[in-house]
Write a protein that binds this ligand. Structure first.
Ligand SMILES: Cc1cc2nc3c(=O)[nH]c(=O)nc-3n(C[C@H](O)[C@H](O)[C@H](O)COP(=O)(O)OP(=O)(O)OC[C@H]3O[C@@H](n4cnc5c(N)ncnc54)[C@H](O)[C@@H]3O)c2cc1C
Length: 427
């Protein structure tokens, strides 16, 4: 829990300029916030100023040129449903209340990833309020011709590092309909077969299909979205996985906005606390790693705790946008995270007794998988990871530090795992 001095709910860009100028002139710590879902609470700060852009809700959509410019305050649900009314889409994560800004600026994956790439791959421009001079702030435009180095950096490393994004411009895609399939297996007895079939096929399937696994102790879920296809085609593409054991399978076909609105989490029954550990996988897990997943899932701290995967490959691997991106995990077969959930919403301290066990489970689970994983996801930060810069950005980290030194030489935008400016850069 953090207690800031003040939270500024910006109504327009000038409010952000004023707030940043005030913070600099009064030497007050600051954080930037949109959807409030930073998983370690780093978009908030004690005794500082939170510059909150969540009320910047504009949306200008040009269906003819397939361009959308939106305020930095849109949630993913607002973005998906607004675009879907015109049969348009960009990649987002599947949790509607997460900010589109936060998700995009760190990468952003979900059910459209293998078709459209990461959310940041569709980002073609932004308005950003940066620190200028010794104690001022100014709004700049960022695109392929103005400040293209910053556009590159915002595509995967833009969260709270370089400035405050007030609007984002996307290249949007036409999307008529989606076939959404969900399959459920009771218990863990089919885990090895399901996981082996999933990792063998999901990262290499037709690019229109993106699927996720969510493994719980009581049941295993497969969720998949097929762009512009039928339920029969989706089930055919998923047949290697669906043929394992006897899953209960359901399917719906419709407008992406309607299907997306149906996912909405968290519900009131969701646990009060979550702890995740992000990992990318570039080589298929050997049977030993799958056995590890099984044994950790047999010993979960709570039944909400799970192991989640999202297939990569497809457009993430094959098509980067012009100008490139700071997002580096192009060769990942999939993203995965163990997640521990505990405690009851609305009942403070209800999870305290389980906290040590949940934290130990996550730490031991993620550590056991270390030999089989390659990199981590900045949007699901690993707080105790010593080599986080390389895990998040690989060899791009040096270039990010130089861009940081150019746009934020005084390191005004800093938090627990922010990018430090390159040293030796003259102001
Ligand atoms: C329930 C849940 C489900 C998730 N599922 C997915 C998923 O499916 N796919 C996925 O890719 N990720 C997923 N995530 C991770 C999610 O992408 C990150 O938590 C994301 O950074 C949250 O963004 P936000 O705007 O909601 O949060 P905030 O807390 O407002 O911000 C997150 C970070 O971005 C910075 N930031 C926010 N707005 C701006 C801005 N306008 N300019 C500059 N910096 C800014 C903040 O300073 C902070 O560092 C999930 C997270 C949760 C909690």
């Amino acid at each position: 829990m953090h207690y800031p001095l003040v939270i500024v709910f910006a109504q327009e860009t000038q409010d952000v300029v004023n707030a940043l100028t005030w913070a600099r002139q009064n030497n007050v710590a600051l954080r930037v916030r949109s959807g409030r879902h930073q998983l370690e609470g780093w978009s908030n700060v004690d005794n500082g100023i939170v510059i909150d852009v969540s009320e910047l809700k504009s949306a200008r959509i040009d269906a003819a040129s397939l361009t959308a410019t939106v305020g930095a305050g849109l949630s993913q649900l607002e973005a998906v449903t607004t675009l879907a009314k015109q049969d348009l889409a960009v990649t987002t994560g599947s949790e509607g209340s997460v900010g589109l800004s936060g998700a995009t600026l760190g990468g952003g994956f979900g059910f459209l990833t293998r078709y459209l790439g990461m959310a940041c791959d569709s980002l073609t421009g932004a308005e950003v309020v940066v620190a200028s001079g010794a104690d001022r702030a100014t709004a700049i435009n960022v695109d392929l011709s103005s400040n293209p180095d910053l556009l590159w950096a915002l595509r995967g490393a833009g969260n709270g590092n370089f400035g405050i994004v007030t609007s984002l411009t996307y290249k949007v895609a036409r999307l008529k309909s989606v076939a959404y399939v969900q399959a459920t297996w009771e218990g863990l007895s089919d885990l090895n077969g399901i996981f082996s079939a999933w990792q063998r096929t999901a990262p290499f399937a037709n690019n229109r299909l993106t699927s996720q696994l969510e493994i719980h102790k009581p049941q295993i879920l497969l969720m998949a979205a097929l762009v512009n296809g039928s339920a029969a085609e989706a089930k055919r593409l998923l047949a290697p996985i669906l043929s394992v054991g006897k899953p209960k399978v359901s399917a719906q076909v419709g407008n992406w906005g309607d299907i997306y609105a149906g996912f909405q989490i968290p519900t009131q029954e969701d646990p009060a606390n979550w702890k995740f550990f992000s990992q990318f996988i570039t080589e298929p897990f050997p049977p030993k790693a799958i056995s590890l997943i099984r044994s950790f899932m047999q010993n979960v701290p709570t039944d909400d705790s799970n192991y989640f995967t999202n297939a990569f490959g497809g457009a993430v691997k094959t098509s980067q946008p012009r100008g490139g991106t700071a997002f580096v995990h192009r060769d990942a077969l999939y993203y995965a995270e163990p997640g521990a959930g505990w405690g009851t919403r609305g009942k403070p301290r209800s999870g305290d007794a389980i906290t040590p066990r949940a934290q130990a489970w996550i730490a031991e689970f993620s550590q056991a998988l270390r030999p089989y994983v390659n990199g981590a996801y900045v949007n699901v930060p690993n707080i105790a990871m010593a080599d986080w810069p390389t895990a998040y950005w690989g060899s791009n980290f040096g270039r990010l530090r130089k861009i940081k030194a150019k746009y934020d030489p005084y390191n005004v935008f800093q938090y627990e795992q922010s990018i430090p400016p390159a040293s030796g850069w003259s102001l």
